[in-house]
Design a protein around this ligand. Structure first.
Ligand code: AHR
Length: 322
């Protein structure tokens, strides 16, 4: 009897301990230095991060850097001064982080990178939750190779923010993806800064420079927002996006699925906006018992085309609060 009582007590204690372990983040204060709101995907990541924090009882201190690294550095220093328990940062560009991350390290505050990589010593951050951005570009390039068959195809490229890891890596990946196809030529490439307005403006320039668009077979945009801007520019030039000029991009936000439904976009590679879920899981384990996560937590890169029920994809993403 005494043994049974002891076992029951033991089980109760174990359950209690495991609840405590799962709830390590409850009440913790975490700073989040977000890049800004340049795209639909970015807005979705912000809202998912806020709701993941709320679900876990985390007090999230949110700072919008309006696309400026100096604002991010200021925000991180502010978080350090406030003595937060951890910091999430989506780094706008890949260089220039060593000093401020060393300050966080010296203060004993773990830092988790979200969705973009940096060129700095890996011991300056606990983990990085991001996609394989080279693969995203490669998937887009390989899709184009199979979509055009052996036909000659001049492609124009809308790059993301200069110096950001997705702009660098998605360019490299796309070039790898089309490398074996002698019929495909990348003729123009310029930054559209990941925004819809810039994507439209740069595409207008490409169309003008290419005889009104007659010599452009496809546009590859480093994100869906720039693709949506390009679609508008193509329509304004009197051409049909999706058929006269193929449109391939990255993110899989609802607006690109709406464009697919309208026959104006041809392919997108999904980037999940839920970087915070894996980031909070990693921090939970680390703060609980010092478990060190994998240095790189890689999210999936799935290709979607009009054959993949774009209306359904649009509806389900809208339902998730995009
Ligand atoms: O870093 C991820 C990229 O940043 C997304 O693809 C883009 O939409 C965003 O602005």
């Amino acid at each position: 009897m005494a043994l049974l009582k002891q076992l029951a007590l033991g089980a109760g204690l174990a359950a209690l301990l495991s609840t405590a372990a799962q709830a390590e983040l409850t009440g913790k204060v975490i700073g989040f230095s977000q890049i800004g709101s340049e795209s639909g995907w970015r807005a979705a990541e912000t809202s998912v991060t806020k709701s993941e924090a709320e679900k876990r009882g985390v007090e999230l201190k949110f700072a919008d850097a309006q696309q400026k690294q100096e604002n991010q550095i200021k925000a991180i220093r502010g978080f350090i001064a406030q003595g937060v328990d951890a910091i999430l940062v989506a780094p706008v560009v890949s260089t220039g982080w060593d000093e401020v991350l060393t300050e966080a390290q010296e203060a004993g505050i773990p830092v988790v990178l979200l969705d973009r990589g940096i060129d700095a010593s890996q011991d300056l951050y606990l983990t990085s939750v991001a996609s394989d951005q080279v693969k995203e570009g490669r998937v887009a390039g390989e899709w184009l190779v199979s979509a055009v068959g052996g036909k000659p195809c001049n492609v124009v490229e809308l790059q993301g923010t200069v110096g950001s890891s997705p702009a660098i890596n998605r360019k490299q990946g796309f070039e790898e993806g089309i490398a074996g196809a002698a019929n495909i030529t990348l003729t123009r490439s310029q930054t559209g800064d990941f925004t819809r307005a810039k994507g439209k403006e740069v595409m207008e320039g490409f169309l003008k420079a290419e005889g009104g668009g007659a010599s452009i077979c496809a546009v590859y945009a480093h994100n869906d927002d720039m693709a949506v801007g390009a679609i508008q520019a193509i329509k304004d030039a009197g051409l049909k996006p999706g058929s006269d000029i193929l449109v391939v991009s990255i993110d899989a936000v609802p607006d690109i699925f709406a464009a697919m439904v309208a026959g104006e976009a041809n392919a997108t590679v999904e980037l999940t906006p839920n970087m915070a879920g894996p980031a909070f899981d990693a921090l939970d384990a680390y703060l609980n018992d010092g478990t060190v996560p994998e240095k790189f937590i890689i999210t999936e890169s799935k290709l979607y085309t009009p054959a993949d029920n774009p209306q359904g994809e649009y509806d389900s993403r809208k339902g998730l609060g995009y």
